[in-house]
Design a protein around this ligand. Structure first.
Ligand SMILES: Nc1ncnc2c1ncn2[C@@H]1O[C@H](COP(=O)(O)OP(=O)(O)O)[C@@H](O)[C@H]1O
Ligand SMILES: [Mg+2]
Length: 285
């Protein structure tokens, strides 16, 4: 709505995990490099953790693009609140495995065949599970067992588990000792620093058609950092709303007063950041 007013080609602060918008902060860069390296060098299990809204799904989308461009077949499970039966069905569906009933036995048989065949021709295969902290114990156990499939040269299936920090806690449970020990690579994402927040906002605006943005002053960005704690999803929410209020007031710059208003509407406070239920709701959005 406000795009033409600010000279933007597209919406700079969309909430979708669009890989073309990836701002390569050092930690995002490192995490992505680790994910790619882990899959390509067939490390087995890789874990990616981070608070809600820090960019995990966006990184997985980047990984997906990379894998698709490198002949690495993958299944991507983004809904992790599933039963064991649904898990096997989804794996079968995503890998386009032959079969009709998709019982566990049928899927394991077809999957093993496919993995052996791909390994024989030197091809890598990956299973990506987003929101993995939500996996039920019995499903996580099946995931662990899939990670055991191997031939004499190594693991047949590379498994990426991405999720909120509760995932780490889950993997710390005594019954998942074995799985925990098998995680060959771990990456984590944290909130952006003030400096990164400045670059992040600049980058998203540049990507949307404004290479030299003058809408958000450094002072306003510091204020945004204070309210959002540097969590990208919250930064997007605040910036989007701020652009809307600037547009409504025919202003080409966002003022500190607008940020205060927006933060109030979104029920953000600089001190009690992620603890408020309303805000957690926003983050999950
Ligand atoms: N490094 C980044 N570069 C660009 N946008 C990002 C980055 N990290 C997060 N975002 C944006 O923040 C929002 C939340 O990211 P998302 O990947 O969904 O987080 P998570 O999966 O960790 O909850 C999305 O709009 C996404 O585009
Ligand atoms: Mg996500």
């Amino acid at each position: 709505m406000y795009n033409p007013f600010f000279g933007l080609r597209e919406n700079p602060f969309n909430l979708s995990p669009d890989p073309s918008f990836l701002f390569r902060s050092p930690q995002h860069e490192e995490a992505l490099a680790n994910l790619i390296y882990g899959v390509q060098s067939r490390k087995g299990f890789i874990a990616l953790t981070g608070e809600v809204g820090t960019g995990k799904t966006t990184l997985l989308e980047c990984l997906r693009d990379h894998l698709a461009g490198h002949n690495i077949a993958f299944a991507f499970l983004f809904n992790s609140q599933i039963s064991r039966a649904e898990f096997f069905e989804m794996v079968a569906y995503d890998f386009a495995l032959p079969g009709t009933k998709f019982t566990k036995t049928e899927v394991l048989f077809a999957l093993n065949n496919m993995l052996l065949e791909r390994a024989r021709s030197g091809n890598t295969t990956a299973l990506i599970i987003d929101e993995a902290h939500n996996l039920e114990w019995d499903v996580l156990e099946e995931v662990r067992l899939l990670g055991n499939l191997e031939n004499r040269h190594g693991k047949l299936l590379q498994i990426i588990l991405a999720g909120q920090p509760e995932l780490d806690a889950k993997l710390d449970a005594p019954k998942f000792r074995q799985l925990k020990q098998r995680i060959a690579l771990r990456c984590s994402l944290n909130a952006l620093t003030l400096e990164e927040t400045l670059s992040y906002i600049g980058y998203r605006l540049a990507h949307s058609g404004l290479p030299e943005q003058r809408i958000f002053s450094p002072q306003v960005i510091a204020q945004i950092h204070g309210y959002t704690g540097g969590i990208p999803r919250l930064i997007n929410l605040v910036c989007d709303n701020a652009l809307l209020s600037a547009f409504a007031g025919s202003s080409h710059t966002v003022t500190p007063g607008m940020i205060t208003e927006v933060a109030k509407d979104l029920r953000l406070t600089p001190v009690s950041r992620v603890s408020e239920p309303a805000e957690v709701g926003l983050l999950r959005g």
